[in-house]
Ligand binder design. Structure first.
Ligand code: 13P
Length: 257
């Protein structure tokens, strides 16, 4: 079994279209040598056309930060999965910020994941517990519930294109990452075991699962050394070219081939 490591920079609401294009123009050369790692940037939707044009034919891939499940319609402020065709290879869904500020629900994450798959892209489904849930010992049950709901009705074949990101909410943007052992054991117990129950050993063992939450060059190696962790979904550190390139290099060194 080999799971290709995947490092994705989630820029959130940062970088204008011009800044995003300039950034990837610089980043692409710096990550070119690390073939054993899949890597992508997730700029704002406004920057997707420019970034995808700049990266055409390169191995630096593009992710959108969200997508609506309907192809078109009266959904002010939304971008459909259909509209992202050709602009992104991945779409982040269920991010805790979307859950907290945009009332994202498990049911809608599921509809969106199906729309993204139908449009030929790969969903990156983000899950993770709050500090209160973590302290109450509810992490495993909560995260299992999120994953089961998000994957409801998704076929075993389509699972080959699904990436899951475990991002404990209390570790996002706080500088306080989970320990690598904590993250690894939650990913094993809450995520791979759920995949084993919902599907089979093959899918549990082959689905790529990232860790996210205050990942930076200084702690990346520890996370990458964990057997259940296949890469990182990175916020803050992905906004800096040197840091982003370092994260990809570390993933290649620790996990590569
Ligand atoms: P930080 O890396 O800034 O903690 O953000 C993590 C995240 O939310 C990535 O999606």
């Amino acid at each position: 079994m080999h799971r290709m490591p995947i490092v994705v920079g989630n820029w959130k609401m940062n970088k204008s279209p011009r800044e995003a294009v300039d950034f990837v123009g610089e980043l692409v050369g710096r990550v070119r040598d690390f073939d054993s790692v899949e890597k992508a940037v997730a700029p704002t939707s406004l920057a997707l056309p420019g970034v995808s044009r700049t990266l055409q034919g390169t191995q630096l891939l593009v992710a959108a930060q969200n997508a609506h499940w309907e192809a078109a319609g009266a959904f002010t402020g939304q971008v459909s999965a259909d509209m992202l065709r050709g602009l992104a290879q991945f779409v982040i869904l269920g991010h805790s910020e979307a859950r907290a500020y945009l009332a994202e629900t498990d049911a809608n994450v599921n509809r969106k994941a199906k729309a993204v798959l139908a449009a030929g892209m790969q969903p990156i489904i983000a899950v993770g517990e709050s500090l209160a849930q973590n302290e109450a010992g509810e992490t495993i049950d909560f995260v299992r519930g999120q994953v089961s709901a998000a994957l409801d009705g998704i076929s075993a074949d389509d699972m080959a294109r699904v990436v899951i990101a475990y991002e404990p909410i209390w570790a996002i943007g706080t500088g306080k990452s989970a320990t690598s052992e904590q993250a690894d054991s939650t990913i094993g117990a809450a995520l791979r075991d759920t995949l084993r129950e919902l599907y089979d050993d093959n899918i549990a063992d082959n689905t790529r699962i990232q860790y996210g939450g205050s990942v930076k060059p200084g702690n990346m190696a520890e996370f990458m050394a964990q057997p259940n962790i296949d890469g990182a979904l990175v916020g803050g550190a992905s906004l800096n070219v040197h840091d982003f390139a370092a994260l990809v290099e570390i993933a290649a060194t620790v996990k590569g081939s």
